[in-house]
Design a protein around this ligand. Structure first.
Ligand code: COA
Length: 249
């Protein structure tokens, strides 16, 4: 557990908020664990909708690159907490709403591909610089992104690393609503309350039908993790991590 992620229940809505703004909400292993736990324990707490949020200035700068560097140096794999979080997201039965302000980088963007309703600020920016870091996409984004936005746009985002602004993300089907920065959180909460007020069993059944068989998505998370592990140990990835961690500003 870590206080760098807060989990707060307000009636039927549980908010899972990344809270490490000084590091742009880069995710550590403890943060992944706390986020996974927030998702996994929601059904037993009578929660009907989950809301994922970040800070007013940044949603999430992706995985902590220092952790990547450490994993690379020690010949390690994608950490257990990362896979726990990604699978909790993939298997989550409950509707997921997200409120995005500022940058959503790497897993900050790919986690959104598992969400149902995303409210993003006019200033939001979505990017997945996996390949320029010598890595491959994760969170089953190599499968889901093309389904969402078609292969061409998915390739541009995931492989070429071209960011999407809020308008482009909406046109690509990644997000639902664009809001002014000062109303993003309230709009997302309003949507979460709306979903929570619907007949819960009908919501769950409808979402289950819409999402289809999840095994393929979970299998892709594992497949990507295998490739990711190999890439983490590559010279090109280690050079990219070191360049980020030692960059001069
Ligand atoms: N891992 C570790 N630390 C990170 C981080 C990450 N993914 N993203 C940001 N930080 C840290 C910076 O090192 C810096 O730390 P410092 O103040 O101790 O030097 C602090 O957060 C602030 O970041 P900074 O880059 O100064 O903020 P910015 O507003 O200029 O830029 C980003 C914000 C998100 C565009 C930029 O931080 C960035 O590109 N981060 C890396 C994103 C990334 O590649 N993630 C991995 C995806 S797979």
């Amino acid at each position: 557990m870590t206080d760098l992620v807060t989990v707060t229940d307000d009636g039927p809505v549980r908010t899972i908020r990344m809270n490490r703004p000084e590091k742009k909400n880069a995710l550590t292993m403890a943060m992944y664990d706390t986020m996974a736990e927030g998702i996994e324990t929601a059904p037993a707490a009578d929660i009907r909708c989950l809301l994922i949020g970040g800070a007013p200035t940044v949603f999430c700068a992706g995985n902590d690159i220092g952790d990547f560097l450490q994993a690379a140096m020690s010949g390690g794999a994608l950490g257990v907490p990362i896979l726990r979080f990604l699978k909790a997201l993939a298997r989550c039965e409950m509707p997921l709403v997200a409120a995005v302000q500022g940058n959503a980088v790497g897993v900050g963007t790919t986690m959104l591909m598992h969400c149902d309703h995303i409210v993003a600020s006019t200033e939001a920016k979505f990017s997945t610089p996996f390949v320029s870091l010598g890595l491959v996409p994760e969170a089953a984004s190599s499968l889901i992104a093309a389904r969402l936005m078609g292969h061409a746009r998915a390739f541009s985002l995931l492989v070429m690393g071209k960011p999407l602004n809020a308008d482009e993300a909406k046109a690509a089907g990644l997000i639902n609503v664009i809001a002014a920065p000062d109303t993003v959180e309230a709009d997302a909460m309003k949507a979460a309350r709306h979903i929570s007020a619907l007949p819960p069993q009908a919501v769950l059944a409808s979402r289950r039908l819409m999402r289809g068989v999840l095994d393929e998505i979970v299998a892709r998370v594992d497949e990507e993790a295998e490739e990711f592990k190999a890439r983490l140990q590559s010279a090109e990835a280690q050079a990219a991590f070191t360049a980020f961690m030692t960059r001069k500003r």
